[in-house]
Design a protein around this ligand. Structure first.
Ligand code: SF4
Ligand code: SF4
Length: 197
């Protein structure tokens, strides 16, 4: 049987992806004092007291690649999402990993195009993870008042739910899955009861 170089495959997967630096999976990556000494990190933010951290989307992300690859922090080096691990250990082939990345990128593009047209729905500046948290709060507020979110907002809720499902299955377990499942259910319930009035 022909052996594949899964280390090379995993590296190729990441080169086409870069999603763990965009704010999709993390809000920041912390680094140690001795790290990034050769790099101008500018006005990095302290996300936790006493911790140095690069907020995401990371300022060093260049397309889907790390712009400071050789000098990147140890946390960046050691992270492997679920798909990368599966490619590394041979559970899935590179093609399957690429297909997952392409699927989530397609959904993120749809979300980005809504954000470009609708003020307040731009996820790209703050990153998907932070956006989801803020957006869920705003939708909760409406639902608690008995107000149905707009059609665009409902579309964004559905898109976020689909993206979160892929994240949970293929990238990293996320606590937001249940929150968005609740939002979808509550919107359906309110829409149904509004129709019956
Ligand atoms: S999200 Fe996973 S596949 Fe994508 S760059 Fe990060 S580790 Fe690699
Ligand atoms: S330093 Fe590089 S690897 Fe680390 S989050 Fe930023 S772009 Fe990604």
């Amino acid at each position: 049987m022909e052996k594949t170089n899964t280390a090379q495959d995993a590296s190729n997967l990441c080169q086409q992806c870069g999603l763990c630096c965009t704010g999709l999976l993390f809000e920041y990556v912390s680094f140690k004092e001795h790290e990034l000494q050769n790099v101008d990190v500018g006005a990095y933010k302290m996300n936790k007291p006493g911790k140095r951290a690069l907020t995401h989307p990371c300022q060093f992300l260049d397309g889907t690649s790390c712009g400071i690859y050789i000098d990147r922090p140890s946390k960046c080096r050691s992270f492997a999402c679920i798909s990368r691990q599966k490619v590394l250990n041979g559970t899935i082939a590179l093609d399957e990993g690429n297909a997952v990345v392409a699927e989530i990128q397609g959904l993120l593009l749809q979300l980005a195009s809504i954000g470009e047209e609708t003020p307040g729905l731009d996820y790209q500046t703050i990153g998907f993870r932070k956006f989801c948290e803020k957006f869920a709060k705003s939708i909760d507020k409406k639902l608690n008042k008995g107000t149905l979110p707009t059609e665009t907002e409902q579309k964004v809720v559905s898109l976020c739910f689909e993206i979160i499902k892929i994240i949970d299955r293929h990238f990293r377990k996320t606590s937001r899955l249940n929150k968005y499942a609740q939002l979808v259910t509550n919107i359906d319930y309110l829409a149904e009861s509004t129709k019956q009035r």
